[in-house]
Write a protein of this length. Structure first.
Length: 258
């Protein structure tokens, strides 16, 4: 699949919660080629500070001309992104990596934790185009971080359940705790979030013989497979490079205990 370097223009900046932001970017080449689960590398500042680009999942393809990125402010790079204003220019490389496999499964479950929810809205939109039944489990620290995203998944016709660390909405605990009772009748599962959450999701799906794909996250220097920095342990004593062989992998390809 083609990769593009594109000078994207900021269309809108939304603050969804205390540290959650969403950018809408005009990026016609990337938008027209993106698939759910792929990512872009973004230059957060106009100069060399910060030096390295940052990886962000494509949160949504608004149309053939624009995409959205969802992120949490955690450091200098994301602080600069949160300070962007409409009309600012953001340099992107993408779409990169392997996205989710979408087959003919008629009932699916999406599990997202924290900022790992980002790629799942794009996926849910694609799945609902063919009227698949989607159960969506969302977990985060507080209700505020989930409110707008819950509204948007509900608007797609998804069955949504939430879990919060502080008990301010839905189940008080980990989102993976919601998965077991939801798996009846599910034909495929997709997950993205903290590694322990995905490991638990993979374990439950394996026990239920349900195909599961996970979207892994890692620090990346290039996103193009040159630096070999974004490696994870795979099964059969091999390493997997998230930027090229992922970020989406079949759950059984990952050595979760390493």
């Amino acid at each position: 699949m083609s990769e593009f370097q594109e000078k994207s223009r900021v269309v809108a900046v939304e603050q969804l919660a205390d540290t959650f932001y969403r950018l809408t970017l005009s990026a016609p080449q990337i938008a027209s080629s993106s698939q759910p689960g792929q990512f872009v590398m973004a230059a957060c500042g106009p100069y060399l500070d910060p030096l390295l680009r940052r990886p962000f999942s494509v949160h949504r393809r608004c149309d053939t001309h624009s995409i959205q990125l969802l992120f949490r402010v955690v450091g200098r790079g994301t602080e600069l992104l949160a300070a962007k204003r409409p009309g600012d220019v953001l340099h992107l490389i993408g779409p990169l990596g392997r996205g989710f496999d979408i087959d003919d499964a008629d009932r699916v479950c999406l599990v997202g934790g924290g900022i790992g929810i980002a790629p799942l809205l794009f996926l849910a939109e694609e799945l609902r185009l063919s009227q698949r039944t989607c159960t969506v489990l969302l977990g985060s620290r507080t209700a505020g971080e989930l409110h707008q995203l819950t509204v948007e998944f509900n608007a797609l016709g998804c069955e949504v359940e939430v879990a919060t660390d502080d008990g301010s909405a839905g189940y008080h605990g980990l989102v993976a705790d919601l998965l077991g009772p939801c798996l009846t009748g599910v034909k495929r599962c997709y997950a993205c979030g903290p590694t322990p959450m995905m490991a638990r999701t993979a374990q439950l799906c394996l026990a239920g013989r349900i195909p599961c794909q996970v979207s892994l996250e890692a620090h990346m220097a290039c996103g193009l497979g040159a630096c070999l920095g974004c490696t994870v342990h795979g099964t059969a004593d091999r390493y997997l490079h998230i930027c090229r062989q992922g970020p989406v992998l079949n759950a059984e390809e990952v050595a979760w205990n390493r």
